[in-house]
Design a protein around this ligand. Sequence first.
Ligand SMILES: [Zn+2]
Length: 473
Amino acid sequence: MNQPNQRPPCPRSVLTPEQERRRAEWAAEAERKKAAVAARRRAEAQQARRAEAEKKRRRAEAWRLFCNRFVIYLIMLALVLAVSGLIFLISLHHTEKETLPHQYAYSVGGVYDEQGKVIEAPVTITLPQQDALRDGILYLPMSAIADLAEMTVTGTPDVLKFTAESGEYVRFTAESNRAEVNGDIVLLDAPAVLREEGGTETLWIPAEFIVTWMQGVAVESNGETGEVTIRLDEDVEISFLLKGSHPLETIDERGEFGDTPAIAFKADLSAYEEYMNPSDRDAYIALINVDNKLAADYIPDDLMNVVDTRKDGRNTQQLREYAAKALEAFFIEMRACGITDVSVTSAYRSYSYQTQLFEQRVDMYPSLSREQAEAKAATVVTWPGASEHQSGLCVDMHNLSAADISFANTASFAWIAENAHKFGFILRYPEDKVEETGISYEPWHYRYVGRYHATRIYNLGISLEEYVAQYMQ
Ligand SMILES: [Zn+2]
């Protein structure tokens, strides 16, 4: 019944020696086990403490290492920053000093002796760097160059034509990169620019144009100092490398533009579109003839100079604004198509001037009565008030010394008669409409009515009298 490791039941009886011995053994055994457990626990605790200490040591070691590396990195970073900052500063210093002067100083013309001493001072112009150099393109003062080269300047500030003594010319449009050289179109590197200087507007153009296309002008520029020198080349006449020798090109019509077909011109006439094709399309259609006279005191209030007036000493002719600008476009395109011999000989005439012309004619028939003389004069000179010229909407233009129907036999007339309507003009007194107009054939006389009506009149092949009677009542 007794099992080992099981205590004997209580109360205890007296033990045999054998039992005493066993009991002592048990006790010793238990003591030994207890001691072993305690020892093991102590060992484990010690091991845990050691592991903990080791962990701490490693952590400390890692932190120290990290700190050391961090400091090294910081030092390296600081070094890199310092070096690159130094390089940046150096390059900045160099850029300012070597490639971008703050001011550009132009010196145009001037007379020098053989030692280079100034005999006559050049014209000098200074310009801030950002104006002289746009997107890396150097601009030159075309107006000053024209003065130097003794070129004639005509046109409006927006569209300026520079004509050399030889008759060769270039035309620039402000804010446009198209230039017209002797009737040919040249694309500029950048648009021409109008600049206000001391109350006058001057035209600036990319230097490349002068260098590439213009002969007789020498340009030197120094990008480091900003000095630009422009001189005449005394051995070369002012001229251009393009001579406008291209053959006459037909104008093709394509697409629809509002009421009238869009027109592909050879020149860039986009700036003139509103003038050729006025949005107020009936504003210029008024019929003026012996039955529809203008009042004696009628003077248009928007007269403008006609830039293509013949340059033979006569007064610069004038037209109403829209007619003048449309005519300007007409001439630009004409030249782009190779016709350069036509010019305007007459445009607006006042009532009093027309009266003077009429009276001069009447005086040529002293043998007739006043009434007879007037009737006879009226066959040659329009009655005062009945002349379209008082309206400021018509021009006489041709290539003869005086207006004559032989103009109708020229190639210039053929082009004008074929194209006038595209610019808003009509041949006002056609050969086959003398009865309707009451005026003999005038191949040189063109009336502005705007493109819409001009195109219809041209296509219908009728006179303004018939057109107004049939379509404008
Ligand atoms: Zn006329």
